[in-house]
Design a protein. Structure first.
Lengths: 306, 306
């Protein structure tokens, strides 16, 4: 209902009378008034005059009413320790695939391998719960899928030259603007859930990171719309998911890659691999050609562009 | 302390005076007496006479005192819904690798793909929490590791001709005596935990299963010692774990296999594969040669020996 009210107020751009609202929405004028007040409490500025209601500003929050297509699967928090932790509890409890956990800020945002992910207000932090019917062997492709979706969104929506650093960072002009973390629960036979966490430096002022990271607003010269980015990105992720088991995903990842054809050093659980990144295989593992011409494969690890 | 008392009473086989017990254990006679009473409450029959204490029978339970080497990592339950569920909660909560959850019976024992695992008293039901430092790609080998460990234990301890059915059953004379279920929590980079659930039909009377399943006692003609089996099996699993990333595990699996060189039908998430099982690859996937000579690989699925 609140989504519908917001839509009507935005479509009109001017005053909309309580009578029109109640007619369009098929509800009483008292009910309309109650929802209007609910929206005001959440930070929407809605003026009332003799001619009706007028929306003059919306809070810069990723509230569920702004994502009506997601319905009850969209869960918004002002602050959480980590959207990954919330999502894991939800996934273990049977939450549907497609459930999204969004937070305006995280107290203990997590990156890969238990590292911290700096998560103040102004960024986009969410975890998407997916329940693909795939064998765990395909799971690493989820990283590729998510990073391709982020890069496409930043390219199409903002016209930014987003490129991919293996395994799962998104760079603009060589600086990191997005990190992706995927966790799964699986039997050996079948994935039960894959939670994909995405952190995007949207409107942050990142002095803290030095030159390695940047925020989208640094490249646009102005604040970006977090709502538009999240909306497009979720659509893109659902679309890309259908490509998971085909070669198209790999081709797209390769075409966007900042890692292929570069000298790299990969730190893996099993040790270090250095050489030229020449390919990724069908499971998303990076193929590296050493100085002696030998090929080695890294399933996962920290990648340094040399 | 109770483990130590049991050891002393068993070593002697006859009466051991309270004085000797308190001296050997470095504790007071009152303390000895209290522990003796605790053991009696758990079902141990310990007679007391003027000459001391004598253990005349032990309950047929897999109590922690019988597995002193495991220390506090051994968690015994009379009945649970599922040792897998308990272990997952413990693993998420940070339980150490090597933690074992054992139950005398399960109300909702689980097999692969949410199937039921019939778990009345008399079987051996446990889940072992492991925290190997491996990439998720290696995880399917855990199934192989566990089934090799079970087969070796049944062979060495009981002299039974245990053989392996891909992916994770143990057969004797073609009938299933053990099922294995592995669940993992992982990032794409690194396994966080792998919980291996094992259900062994030890001393069950299995009319329910018909000819496809059997109990160890059917082949031995007498009840088997669940304690001895569990103790040997845990040792074997820890030993096999160190072979996880080497070829030895695969060679051992192959030598024990009842599936290789047979005509099989595999039902997988992606469809059905039929042909001759000719090999397993380094990740434990089964390689099947079709009638047209083509090779196909099954990561996981239900396997039918034709």
């Amino acid at each position: 209902m609140k989504s519908a009210i917001l839509n009507l107020l935005r479509d009109e751009g001017e005053e909309v009378s309580g009578e029109v609202l109640s007619k369009e929405l098929g509800t009483s004028r008292v009910s309309v008034w109650k929802h209007i007040n609910g929206l005001r409490e959440a930070g929407y500025v809605i003026e009332a005059s003799s001619r009706g209601y007028r929306l003059t500003s919306s809070p810069d929050l990723l509230l569920g009413w702004e994502f009506p297509e997601r319905g009850k699967k969209f869960q918004h928090f002002t602050t959480v320790d980590s959207t990954m932790d919330v999502a894991r509890v939800l996934a273990d409890g049977g939450a549907e695939g497609g459930t999204v956990v969004v937070a305006e800020s995280q107290n203990r945002g997590r990156g890969r391998l238990s590292r911290e992910w700096f998560s103040p207000r102004g960024g986009i932090y969410f975890t998407l719960i997916l329940r693909p019917e795939i064998a765990p062997a395909y799971a690493p492709r989820m990283n590729l899928m998510a990073s391709v979706a982020v890069a496409r969104t930043l390219r199409n929506l903002l016209g930014l030259d987003a490129r991919l650093k293996w395994p799962n960072d998104v760079l603009i002009e060589g600086r990191k603007v997005c990190g992706i973390l995927a966790e799964m629960g699986a039997e050996m036979d079948a994935v039960k859930f894959i939670n994909i966490g995405v952190g995007i430096n949207a409107n942050l002022s990142i002095a803290r990171y030095g030159e390695k990271a940047a925020s989208l607003k640094d490249f646009k010269g102005t604040q970006v719309s977090r709502k538009d980015i999240l909306n497009s990105l979720l659509e893109e992720m659902f679309r890309q998911q259908s490509l998971l088991t085909t070669g198209d995903l790999l081709e797209e990842w390769k075409s966007l890659s900042a890692t292929l054809n570069r000298e790299v050093r990969i730190e893996t659980i099993g040790g270090e691999i250095a050489g030229r990144a020449v390919d990724i295989d069908s499971n998303g593992a990076l193929v590296i050609k050493g100085k002696d011409g030998s090929l080695r494969t890294a399933f996962a690890g920290d990648c340094f562009h040399l």
